[in-house]
Design a binder for this molecule. Structure first.
Ligand SMILES: [Zn+2]
Length: 98
Protein backbone atom coordinates (compact mmCIF):
# COMPACT_ATOMS: atom_id res chain seq x y z
CA UNK A 1 0.00 0.00 0.00
CA UNK A 2 1.23 3.47 -0.84
CA UNK A 3 1.98 6.01 1.84
CA UNK A 4 1.03 9.46 0.60
CA UNK A 5 2.16 12.55 2.45
CA UNK A 6 -0.65 15.10 2.52
CA UNK A 7 0.92 18.60 2.64
CA UNK A 8 -1.37 19.43 5.61
CA UNK A 9 -1.78 16.12 7.50
CA UNK A 10 1.46 14.25 6.82
CA UNK A 11 1.87 10.60 5.76
CA UNK A 12 -1.30 8.52 5.53
CA UNK A 13 -2.33 5.25 3.87
CA UNK A 14 -3.38 5.38 0.21
CA UNK A 15 -6.92 4.34 1.19
CA UNK A 16 -7.55 7.84 2.58
CA UNK A 17 -6.99 9.45 -0.83
CA UNK A 18 -8.47 9.50 -4.29
CA UNK A 19 -6.69 10.37 -7.50
CA UNK A 20 -8.16 13.13 -9.64
CA UNK A 21 -6.04 12.53 -12.72
CA UNK A 22 -3.44 14.63 -14.45
CA UNK A 23 -2.48 17.92 -12.82
CA UNK A 24 -1.26 21.24 -14.22
CA UNK A 25 -3.96 21.35 -16.90
CA UNK A 26 -4.84 24.92 -17.69
CA UNK A 27 -8.51 25.65 -18.38
CA UNK A 28 -9.02 27.73 -21.54
CA UNK A 29 -9.98 31.26 -20.62
CA UNK A 30 -12.55 32.37 -21.53
CA UNK A 31 -14.02 28.92 -22.37
CA UNK A 32 -16.69 30.37 -24.66
CA UNK A 33 -13.97 31.77 -26.91
CA UNK A 34 -12.64 28.40 -28.07
CA UNK A 35 -14.16 25.99 -30.58
CA UNK A 36 -15.84 22.68 -29.67
CA UNK A 37 -12.91 20.53 -30.83
CA UNK A 38 -10.46 22.42 -28.60
CA UNK A 39 -12.89 22.25 -25.66
CA UNK A 40 -13.29 18.50 -26.19
CA UNK A 41 -9.51 18.05 -26.19
CA UNK A 42 -9.26 20.04 -22.95
CA UNK A 43 -11.89 17.83 -21.31
CA UNK A 44 -10.81 14.42 -22.56
CA UNK A 45 -7.23 14.31 -23.83
CA UNK A 46 -4.95 13.46 -20.95
CA UNK A 47 -1.47 12.03 -21.01
CA UNK A 48 -0.82 8.55 -19.59
CA UNK A 49 2.97 8.30 -19.44
CA UNK A 50 5.16 5.41 -18.40
CA UNK A 51 7.28 6.95 -15.65
CA UNK A 52 7.06 10.38 -14.08
CA UNK A 53 3.49 11.69 -13.88
CA UNK A 54 2.07 14.77 -12.16
CA UNK A 55 -1.33 14.06 -10.63
CA UNK A 56 -4.02 15.74 -8.52
CA UNK A 57 -5.00 13.89 -5.35
CA UNK A 58 -7.57 14.62 -2.68
CA UNK A 59 -7.22 13.63 0.97
CA UNK A 60 -10.77 12.30 0.83
CA UNK A 61 -10.88 10.72 4.32
CA UNK A 62 -8.88 13.47 6.00
CA UNK A 63 -8.70 17.21 5.43
CA UNK A 64 -10.44 16.82 2.01
CA UNK A 65 -7.96 19.21 0.39
CA UNK A 66 -6.53 18.78 -3.09
CA UNK A 67 -2.79 18.73 -3.77
CA UNK A 68 -0.34 17.56 -6.42
CA UNK A 69 1.69 14.37 -6.43
CA UNK A 70 4.72 13.57 -8.60
CA UNK A 71 4.51 9.78 -8.96
CA UNK A 72 6.30 7.22 -11.07
CA UNK A 73 3.61 5.16 -12.83
CA UNK A 74 5.91 2.14 -13.14
CA UNK A 75 7.23 1.85 -9.58
CA UNK A 76 4.46 3.90 -7.88
CA UNK A 77 7.21 5.71 -6.02
CA UNK A 78 6.04 9.15 -4.94
CA UNK A 79 8.80 11.66 -5.49
CA UNK A 80 7.02 14.75 -4.13
CA UNK A 81 3.72 16.12 -2.88
CA UNK A 82 3.04 19.84 -3.09
CA UNK A 83 0.28 22.43 -2.90
CA UNK A 84 -1.95 23.12 -5.90
CA UNK A 85 -0.53 26.63 -6.26
CA UNK A 86 3.10 25.49 -6.37
CA UNK A 87 5.05 24.79 -9.55
CA UNK A 88 5.92 21.21 -10.42
CA UNK A 89 9.22 20.10 -8.86
CA UNK A 90 12.27 19.85 -11.08
CA UNK A 91 13.77 16.42 -11.55
CA UNK A 92 17.18 15.38 -12.78
CA UNK A 93 17.64 12.84 -15.57
CA UNK A 94 17.47 9.94 -13.08
CA UNK A 95 14.14 11.20 -11.72
CA UNK A 96 15.44 12.34 -8.35
CA UNK A 97 14.59 15.81 -7.12
CA UNK A 98 17.77 17.94 -6.89
ZN1 LIG B 1 -4.85 16.05 4.54
Amino acid sequence: MLQISCPWCGPRDELEFRCGGQSHIIRPDPPEAIDDVSWGKYLSEKINPRGEHLERWQHNAGCRRWFNVARDTVTHRIRATYHMTEAAPAFSADGVAP
